[in-house]
Ligand binder design. Structure first.
Ligand code: R5P
Length: 283
C-alpha cells in the first residue's frame, strides 16, 4: 500500500507512511484562474493507496474527492482516510428543511468507489456508506496520563463512555456534565452528580470546535473549586477564538491529536490509522 498526502494532513500522512513502511505520494494542489482546485499526484499510487486528508472545510472535501479520482484513474484501489470528518455533527434533521450532512458527505466520498476510514466521528457514519471508525480513546489516554488527573469528565452524556474509557486507562474516577446549547456558539453547562472540589480534573471530548462547550465547562469546574482543569480532545478544530476562550476560562492544559494539525497536537493517531489500514489489507 502507498499513502497519498492530502494537503490538510501532510504530517499525519507522512507518519502513517512511516508506520506502514509505505511510499508517500505527494499531491500538488493549486488553483485554476477561476478559483477551482487543480490537483496532481506527483508519484505513482500503485495498486492500492490510502488518501489521507482530513475534511475540515468544504475545500478539503473537494480536494479529497479529486485526489481519490486521480488515484483511481491510475488504476489504484483507494481507501479514503479522513481522520477528521467534517459535517459529521449535522447527523440528523434537527429542523424541517435541513439535510443530514453526515450522510451527504459520506456518500460524496464513497460513491466514487473507495471505502472510508475516520477517527472518532461524532456519530457512527456506517449507515451511510462503507465507513470504518477508529477509536482514539487509547491515544487520549496516553495524552492525559502524565497529567495525573483523579477525575475524568465528559462535557455531556453522549461523551460519557469516552470519559469512562480514558478514566480506566489513567486509573481515575469519571462523570459527565449536562449541556444545553443556547445559540450557535454559546453553551451552558450544569453539573450532573459530581464533586470536583480539590480535584485535578480533565475534560475529554471528541471535538473542540468553537470552544464553547469546553470553556463553559472549565469555568464551571473552576467555580466548583477544582484544583486544576485540563482539556483533551481528539479533534482540534479550534475555530475562531476557541483558544483564547479556553485560556480565558482558565484551562491548565490543552491537548488534541493530530487528526488536525494544530500547535496543541500532542499525540498522533498515525499508528491507529496504520493498524486500521493493515487490517483492511489482511482482511
Ligand atoms: C457535541 O456534542 C460535541 O461532542 C462537542 O462537545 C461539541 O461539538 C464541541 O463544539 P464547540 O467547541 O463548538 O462547543
Amino acid at each position: 500500500m502507498r499513502v497519498v498526502a492530502g494537503p490538510r494532513s501532510q504530517r499525519l500522512a507522512f507518519r502513517v507512511s512511516e508506520e506502514l513502511d509505505a511510499e508517500l505520494v505527494r499531491a500538488d494542489v493549486s488553483r485554476f484562474p477561476d478559483g477551482e482546485q487543480s490537483v496532481r499526484l506527483r508519484g505513482d499510487p500503485g495498486d492500492r493507496v490510502a488518501v489521507v486528508q482530513s475534511t475540515r472545510t468544504d475545500r478539503d472535501l473537494v480536494t479529497m474527492m479529486l485526489l481519490v479520482d486521480a488515484a483511481r484513474r491510475q488504476g489504484a484501489s483507494v481507501t479514503a482516510v479522513a481522520p477528521y470528518l467534517g459535517y459529521a455533527r449535522q447527523d440528523q434533521v434537527f429542523e424541517p428543511g435541513q439535510p443530514v450532512s453526515l450522510a451527504a458527505v459520506v456518500r460524496a466520498v464513497t460513491a466514487q468507489g473507495p471505502d472510508l476510514v475516520t477517527v472518532d466521528p461524532h456519530t457512527d457514519p456506517s449507515d451511510h456508506g462503507d465507513v470504518t471508525s477508529l477509536s482514539a480513546t487509547p491515544v487520549l489516554g496516553e495524552v492525559v496520563e502524565p497529567w495525573g488527573p483523579d477525575l475524568v469528565l465528559a462535557p455531556d452524556e453522549g461523551a460519557k463512555d469516552r470519559a469512562a474509557a480514558v478514566a480506566e486507562i489513567v486509573g481515575a474516577d469519571h462523570d459527565h456534565l449536562v449541556k444545553t446549547r443556547v445559540s450557535g456558539d454559546e453553551v451552558s453547562v450544569e453539573p450532573h452528580s459530581l464533586s470536583v472540589d480539590g480535584r485535578d480534573a480533565v475534560i475529554v471530548d471528541d471535538v473542540i470546535a468553537t470552544g464553547g462547550t469546553m470553556s463553559e465547562t472549565v469555568s464551571i469546574l473552576k467555580e466548583q473549586g477544582a484544583s486544576s482543569i485540563s482539556a483533551a480532545a481528539t479533534h482540534g478544530v479550534l475555530a475562531g477564538s476557541a483558544v483564547s476562550r479556553l485560556l480565558s476560562a482558565g484551562v491548565d492544559r490543552l491537548a488534541v491529536t493530530d487528526t488536525l494539525e494544530t500547535s496543541f497536537s500532542e499525540a498522533t493517531v498515525a499508528p491507529l490509522i496504520a493498524d486500521g489500514l493493515r487490517q483492511k489489507v489482511t482482511g
